[in-house]
Design a protein. Structure first.
Length: 483
């Protein structure tokens, strides 16, 4: 196909040669820079004779100082061979394209540029046309960073999957995950395979009915149907499995991919006498009846923090399926992130038989954290501690750090020790100090907020954000904190 003007490609370069001969250097540079970011005229000795910069933001890179220097001396060391290749290949009439190089810039990141070069036979200069690639490089860096973050998230996901898969397999309790609609086994841990099957074949894909005695299959099916629509667990005792022995089950429902499936936990019936009491959530110990009747989550421990008994509401609070998973464990199992707080609480009980309003953070069996308030009582006759754990309805109920300017502020801090975790005291104390500093800066500058931001080492936007957070938008020097 011929060009629309009727000239061949070779004729086009001939026309370009003739135009170059009729134009001065400034006209050539200005003309070419209309479609480029950089235009450089390089003589036969590779010396930069003229440079034309189209973008104003490129002037900060001091590219004008390259005039009179070899172009190779103005780029990074790895870009020198590319410049040599581009200028040596530019002896023909055809343009040389696609040489990506980096310019050295003192005090700034290197400037990436992709160059094309053109030289005419009788024209004393090589025209080097450049297009800067800062945005493309930025996009590439963002892409690489995003890829690294995705890989890190995927790695964390795989590690979490491995942890939970390991816990599932090493559990001594038999667990079976069941398709709630087809009643086929999705997964089962080794303890379930050993309990329900006489062979080493995996249970996945098998019908749950086939693993139980014929006389109990309908009863099991009804219990599974009930569990799928019940918010609470369904318990079954004395169910015969196909191998012959009887087992007890706890059936719970869960959602997965839009389908309600069920999780079965199984125990041999000969081990079920104690388990049955625990699954019906009847606490044990001397204070068992009293704990069960209380309207709040209650746990009883010895002086070392080992759990002796607990009531139903505490099991619900930590998502424990049975009391057997609670008895004998240390109370720091659920206050692990605040273990120091719990030790402070137990130490205070030696001096104060009752402690109320002690705030802490509870971590349940699903690793979820929630703010709680603890009231504790020491029973000297039995050397036991009763803890009442109440979830905090909202952050407004928590004890707050005294505001600056309040009389006896130091005493206010001291009164909170033992009731508010140390990390909360420190965090909120920093907010108090920050507020005092901002007020002092506003007083010092007579409410000149631009100057106040400068002496605080903040941007004006950051200062305004902090003013809103501390309620100082309408602050006036000498007037104190706004109402």
């Amino acid at each position: 196909m011929k060009p629309l003007n009727g000239h061949s490609g070779t004729d086009g370069f001939a026309v370009a040669d003739s135009l170059l001969k009729t134009l001065d250097l400034d006209s050539i540079g200005s003309l070419v820079s209309l479609g480029a970011d950089l235009v450089i005229l390089v003589d036969r000795n590779d010396i930069v004779s003229q440079i034309y910069i189209a973008g104003k933001d490129l002037t900060d890179y001091d590219l004008a100082k390259t005039v009179g220097k070899r172009l190779q001396d103005c780029v990074t060391i790895e870009s020198v061979p590319k410049i040599d290749s581009m200028l040596s290949a530019g002896s023909s009439h055809h343009p040389v394209r696609g040489y990506q190089v980096n310019h050295k810039c003192a005090g700034k990141p290197d400037l990436p540029v992709v160059y094309s070069a053109y030289s005419a036979k009788d024209f004393p200069y090589t025209i080097v046309v450049g297009r800067e690639l800062r945005q493309q490089m930025h996009d590439q860096q963002r892409l690489v960073q995003t890829q690294l973050e995705l890989e890190a998230d995927y790695r964390e996901l795989k590690e979490a999957e491995t942890r939970y898969r390991t816990a599932f397999k090493v559990a001594t309790v038999a667990y079976v995950m069941l398709d709630g609609e087809r009643r086929t086994i999705l997964d089962a841990n080794p303890a379930a395979a050993s309990l329900l099957s006489s062979t080493s074949a995996p249970l996945s894909g098998k019908s749950i009915r086939d693993l139980f005695g014929k006389q109990d299959r309908d009863r099991l099916g009804d219990a599974i149907s009930e569990a799928r629509h019940s918010p609470d667990a369904v318990n079954l005792d004395g169910i015969s499995i196909a191998k012959g022995p009887t087992v007890s089950l706890t059936i719970r429902s869960y959602r997965e991919n839009g389908i309600t499936n069920v999780l079965l936990a199984l125990w041999p019936s000969e081990q079920d006498q104690e388990t049955k009491r625990q699954r019906t959530e009847k606490p044990v110990g001397g204070a068992a009846v009293e704990l069960a009747d209380l309207p709040e989550a209650v746990i009883q421990t010895d002086m070392n923090g080992l759990v002796i008994s607990a009531n139903t509401l505490f099991l619900d609070l930590i998502h424990a399926p049975s009391l057997t998973q609670v008895l004998g464990r240390n109370v720091t199992s659920w206050f692990g992130g605040a273990a120091i707080d719990i030790r402070v609480l137990y130490t205070r009980l030696l001096d104060e038989p009752c402690v109320r309003g002690f705030t802490s953070t509870l971590t349940d069996n699903l690793s979820a954290e929630s703010a709680v308030t603890i009231s504790a009582r020491l029973n000297l006759s039995s050397n036991t501690v009763q803890l009442i754990v109440a979830p905090q309805a909202n952050s407004g109920e928590r004890l707050t750090i005294p505001s600056p300017g309040v009389p006896d502020q130091a005493e206010g801090f001291s009164a909170l020790v033992g009731k508010v975790p140390l990390k909360d005291l420190i965090r909120e104390s920093l907010d108090v100090i920050e507020k005092i500093c901002i007020e002092a800066a506003l007083d010092h500058t007579n409410n000149n907020r631009a100057y106040a931001a400068e002496i605080l080492g903040l941007s004006r936007q950051s200062l305004y954000i902090k003013l809103r957070r501390h309620g100082l938008e309408d602050y006036r020097p000498g007037a104190g904190q706004p109402n």
